[in-house]
Design a protein around this ligand. Structure first.
Ligand code: SF4
Length: 284
């Protein structure tokens, strides 16, 4: 007998689902073409699906070509304060789908930067979420990747984290800051969605013979899931959708277990399609 087991936490997280639902609702309400500032999520299937429903990604360098009142959606990563001002100046209708967990970080860095704290962000300075957060404290934050501090540490600090950071990096950074600063405010803003998905795949990959990880090739959280699974299960593949599933991968001996997981930007319908193909192949 062959078994298919889906990881406990797989697929869309709360913030991504909210951004996709908001875009679809907004388009239905307006019944005309609307825009997202950049691809709404790191998943080509979803971006294509949105285009078929008159929701188009547009780059910041192109938004000045939009008409007064056109609708633009801010994606879950959020944007700097100056981007909101720019879109307002263009008289666009802004629909903010920034994940509330990210908005919370933006508000904190704005508040404490105004109160004279130096802002420290743990994260990747190139990632749009971090660029966005930094844009709420005048682009003055000190940004550390991996939790390794530089030599010049301010005395009065407010520390936050990119939502997808690893807890061990946060702990490393805070233990150093606690001895190097005089006044330290620390907000652990790591989102549980990433951690839950990683824990689930770890559990599952240990107990199956084959692992399938579904998600965009440019999705960093999906790539992390693949790396974790691959360390624990040597027969692990990463596919973007069902069309990439080579069914010979499933042609192993009987009595095998197949584990499936998916990144936070992989929609349910893509996961279901993969499961259906696996089921039909395994019942042959
Ligand atoms: S990973 Fe967390 S913070 Fe990021 S969009 Fe999803 S729920 Fe929001």
């Amino acid at each position: 007998m062959k078994n298919i087991i889906l990881a406990d936490n797989a697929g869309f997280c709360f913030g991504v689902k909210r951004a996709v639902d908001t875009s679809i609702e907004e388009q239905l309400k307006q019944n005309k073409q609307i825009y997202t500032l950049g691809p709404l999520i790191h998943n080509n299937d979803v971006v294509e699906f949105l285009k078929e429903n008159k929701i188009y990604p547009i780059d910041i360098t192109e938004v000045n070509k939009l008409k007064n009142g056109d609708t633009i959606i801010i994606r879950s990563h959020g944007v700097p304060e100056k981007t909101i001002k720019y879109l307002n100046d263009l008289n666009l209708n802004i629909v903010d789908a920034t994940c509330p967990f990210v908005t919370n970080i933006q508000k904190k860095v704005q508040k404490y930067s105004n109160l004279g704290y130096e802002i420290i962000i743990l994260g990747d300075k190139e990632h749009p979420e971090v660029v966005g957060i930094n844009g709420w404290c005048n682009d003055n934050a000190i940004i550390y990747k991996d939790g390794n501090l530089g030599s010049d540490i301010p005395k009065k600090v407010c520390a936050v984290s990119q939502t997808t950071e690893k807890n061990k990096n946060w702990e490393k950074m805070i233990s150093q800051l606690s001895v190097k600063t005089k006044e330290l405010l620390a907000f652990n803003t790591i989102c549980s969605a990433t951690e839950e998905r990683q824990k689930s795949v770890e559990e599952l990959a240990k107990n199956v013979d084959l692992m399938i990880v579904i998600g965009g090739k440019n999705s960093s959280n999906t790539t992390k899931l693949f790396q974790i699974a691959n360390e624990l299960c040597s027969k692990t593949i990463h596919i973007e959708n069902a069309s990439e599933l080579n069914t010979s991968f499933l042609d192993s001996a009987n009595n095998i277990k197949v584990g499936i997981t998916a990144g936070a930007s992989t929609p349910d319908w893509v996961i279901r399609e993969v499961i259906e193909i696996c089921e039909s192949q395994m019942n042959n």
